[in-house]
Design a protein around this ligand. Sequence first.
Ligand code: ATP
Length: 232
Amino acid sequence: MTEMLRLDAVTAGYAGIPAVRDIGLSVASGEIVAMLGPNGAGKTTTLRTAAGILTPMTGTVSAFGRPLRRRLEQNARAGLVLVPDTRGVFHSLTVRENLTLARRRNDNLDEVLDLFPALRELMGRRCGRLSGGEQQMLALAKALVHRPRVLLIDEMSMGLAPVAVQALLPSIRALADRFSVGVLLVEQHIDLALSIADRAVVLHHGRIVLTGPAAELRADRNAVAEAYFGAS
Ligand code: ATP
């Protein structure tokens, strides 16, 4: 597996005050790395730094073997894509129109729709009338037609019914496998996240306090709970 994204000793924050410290992690092609931790632990800050939205105070972020570029569009063009939440979906347009807007020459829309058969059934529907889970599916599909190599996904399940999350997360596993996309996934549903991830890191108070193969962390819930709620 080729390394796609790498953070080395990254400290980052806001107005000169660190929110995360000494973060080291990597994501390979086809690999899902789950980022877990309680509210305020620094997951979003880490993701924004990985996306190039925040510049690290110290440490380095590299994508595809080279330092992140300064402009977001350059990183996006290279294949590092932050999946927008459903605000990126135009409510007054149909699913088909939303997807058409996202299309490029030689895109892979047909393959993407194979991953989300439910969307095929909804092509003529206005997005304002989709459920939250369906809108999130569409947001993922829109990101995928650009053939990303790394997807950064921040709490996609926020505000969704548990049943919708259960339907959505396996499609992230499928897209990683099918398109060899590396995924850094912030997710509140610990068990579901660990069930689709290859590896996981747990953040607490801005530091990585636990890391390991997802299967091992799933089998050792005590260690995860301790890291989560902070025995430190
Ligand atoms: P949540 O699940 O609540 O989003 P998180 O793990 O994603 O939590 P972050 O959002 O990264 O955590 O927040 C980490 C720390 O940085 C918190 O102390 C938070 O108050 C602070 N923080 C986040 N965004 C900003 C901001 N724009 N300006 C100043 N401080 C911020």
